[in-house]
Design a protein around this ligand. Structure first.
Ligand SMILES: Nc1nc2c(ncn2[C@@H]2O[C@H](COP(=O)(O)OP(=O)(O)O)[C@@H](O)[C@H]2O)c(=O)[nH]1
Ligand SMILES: [Mg+2]
Length: 241
């Protein structure tokens, strides 16, 4: 769980995690201004604290490093803001456990995001970016912007995610890396949409920045694929000896 000011939602999020199949819960705190760390410790989570705020992508880098070091076979990324239904984790990871997929996304767009409270402007921009990314990446996903994802160990070992942005666009860069690597299966399951005050801090201005950064990810991917400009980010790591 990449956490930033999640004290008010962490306990609820934690309670929904299926503890029979999740061996370990790692929370990385990105210098929250609330009691996220205290709540996480009370719940018995493995807490890692950033000394400086690094952003959402920088937070995930620490999360995945820690999960790989802990020996994880399957890694689930879950926002601690109770926006995503953690009870769906078994269904989310089943295709990875079966060896069929390496990346699984919990998609709100297989249901009705507007009925779940997604603001209309977020719905429209999500649809637009998703359409564009599908065409560029040659995929048929229903959304790219979810906060519930699962990865196989071999994916995280192959993808040079440390080279990615420390900001929100990290998530989009990672998907472009998975496509560029080839041979990694991508799938999705439907999850409910939940919007409420604590679940969403990203406003219009940051969303525009995020949208433009996503366009840059797509452009970089296309230039790399037609071999006009090679990107180190999109070059998989060699397997560990
Ligand atoms: N590390 C870090 N995480 C952040 C920051 N801002 C938001 N987040 C996290 O990023 C995730 C998505 O942010 P959120 O406000 O829920 O976005 P939205 O649900 O898409 O509107 C949440 O889990 C937040 O805790 C930040 O400045 N640093
Ligand atoms: Mg949220």
């Amino acid at each position: 769980m990449p956490a930033y000011n999640a004290a008010r939602t962490l306990e609820r999020t934690y309670a929904d995690i299926p503890h029979d199949i999740v061996d370990r819960i790692i929370l990385v705190d990105d210098v929250s201004r609330d009691d996220t760390v205290e709540v996480a410790r009370q719940l018995g989570l493995d807490v890692i604290i950033h000394r400086q705020n690094r952003g959402y992508g920088g937070n995930q880098k620490t999360c995945y490093d820690a999960a790989l070091a802990a020996g994880a076979d399957v890694v689930v990324m879950l926002h601690p803001d109770y926006q995503y239904d953690a009870t769906r984790i078994p269904d989310l990871i089943a295709p990875i456990q079966a060896g069929d997929k390496d990346l699984m996304l919990g998609s709100r767009f297989l249901g009705d995001p507007i009925a779940g409270g997604m603001p209309r402007w977020k719905y429209v921009s999500n649809r637009f970016l998703t359409g564009l990314e599908n065409r560029a990446f040659g995929l048929h996903l229903s959304e790219y912007h979810t906060g519930l994802r699962a990865y196989s160990r071999r994916l995280l070992e192959a993808i040079p995610y440390h080279l990615n942005s420390d900001d929100f666009v990290f998530d989009q860069e990672l998907i472009s890396q998975v496509v560029a690597a080839g041979g990694l299966g991508i799938g999705e399951i439907g999850v409910p949409t939940r919007y409420f005050e604590e679940a969403s801090s990203v406003g219009f201005q940051r969303s525009v920045v995020y949208g433009l950064a996503t366009l840059r990810v797509v452009a970089r991917f296309l230039l790399h694929r037609i071999r006009l400009r090679r990107s180190p980010k999109l070059t998989p790591r060699p397997p560990a000896a």
